[in-house]
Write a protein that binds this ligand. Structure first.
Ligand code: UT7
Length: 339
């Protein structure tokens, strides 16, 4: 999927926010649960610690906090928001958590819904929101990426549990008629035929409904992941999709100010950056502190880099999300910032 021809509207990115659980789990602490150690995890993934939602916190609260920060930076009144999209695979409510966030924000005019595309979720939601903005049907959209994968991690599987953490990030997006357009282009891809290397499948449990008739009891298995397959998929497909996007927009890798990849594994980030000869200082990474927070990684990282002044108005960012589905994609963005 690619961007439609440009029309009267452009998209400006005007606010970011993020929120993390308070509970920190270090690599050494994980070593108390499974046979692993700090040096293995750091050298194979770049991760030092992750945050895990505890008893007195919730994903909806985390998302609300991140969203409020983005509103504040954008200087928006909550009633002025038209659309709230929550990218998540782990909502507090299977029927959708976005409306609860909309209510928490008092965004009374906004329509809100959840969107699920695992670790690509934020990118898919950003592209979805941009379509409403570009066709003129909404003016202000808030996109949130948030996940509580700790619910579905198999904490006894050392091959996967070391990777994941919880978090939330948000991005405020505004349609500007005839203005500067921060949403340059995108590509989105899916390949369900390779999807079985990363799943959270339904439990295969059937119970008697009435004599002779059955129903499937709700529930999911923990995360099932073939780490090596996912790794190979990421280091192959992410450079390909980024290359396609850069070439079709006549942008050289050296023109990028930032590479903002889904934070899955530092080795994946390094491999993609090497492929384009992008120096380390232009590769945004906070994996060491949070691990892979799924749909939250990109907005969480962007918020940190905007707030500490690394990302400045006018900066050109290539971002890419990838993960279960399989799903992946990339977008070229220019950070505009609050007016
Ligand atoms: O959003 C997408 C989400 N998923 C991903 O991004 C996953 C991508 N894949 C990866 O990041 C990597 O494949 C992992 C970090 C999951 C694993 O790294 P690896 O370099 O592919 O390790 P491996 O699975 O090939 O295992 C190497 C060795 C094995 O031992 P032997 O057979 O060589 O003796 C494993 O048993 O490391 C062992 N091992 C561990 N040792 C200590 C596997 N997990 C651990 C562990 N601690 N946690």
């Amino acid at each position: 999927m690619t961007r439609a021809p440009k029309n009267n509207f452009g998209v400006n990115f005007v606010g970011t926010g993020s929120a993390k659980p308070t509970q920190v789990i270090s690599n050494d602490e994980l070593g108390l649960r499974v046979e692993t150690n700090d040096s293995w995890i750091k050298s194979r993934t770049g991760i030092s610690q992750r945050r895990v939602l505890g008893k007195n916190e919730s994903l909806t609260e985390l998302s609300t906090t991140a969203a409020r920060q983005a509103l504040q930076m954008a200087d928006w009144e909550p009633e002025s928001i038209d659309l709230v999209i929550l990218a998540t695979s782990t909502p507090d409510d299977l029927f959708g958590s976005a409306p609860k966030i909309q209510a928490n924000l008092s965004a009374t005019s906004a329509v809100s819904f959840d969107l699920t595309a695992a670790c690509s979720g934020f990118l898919f939601a950003l592209v979805t929101a941009s379509q409403y903005l570009l066709n003129g049907s909404v003016k202000r959209a808030l996109v949130i990426g948030a996940d509580q994968l700790s619910r579905w991690v198999d904490w006894d599987d050392r091959g996967s549990c070391i990777l994941f953490g919880d978090g939330a990030g948000a991005l405020a997006m505004e349609a500007k008629p005839n203005g500067l357009d921060g949403f340059i282009d995108f590509r989105l891809k899916s390949d369900g035929s390779r999807g079985d290397c990363l799943n959270v499948p339904n439990l295969d449990v059937f119970q008697t409904l009435v004599p002779g008739k059955m129903y499937q009891k709700g529930g999911f298995s923990p995360i099932q992941m073939n780490g090596q397959e996912v790794y190979k998929f990421a280091v192959r497909e992410v450079p390909l999709v980024l290359d396609e996007l850069l070439i079709s927009n006549s942008i050289k890798p050296s023109q990028l100010d930032w590479l903002l990849l889904h934070q899955a594994n530092q080795r994946i980030l390094d491999s993609v950056a090497d492929r384009f000869k992008i120096p380390n200082k232009k590769v945004l990474s906070n994996l060491a502190n949070y691990g892979n927070t799924s749909a939250a990684t990109i907005p969480l990282m962007l918020d940190e880099a905007v707030r500490d002044g690394r990302v400045k108005s006018g900066d050109l960012i290539a971002t890419s999300g990838f993960g279960a589905g399989l799903s992946w994609g990339a977008a070229l963005l220019r950070w505009i910032g609050p007016n």
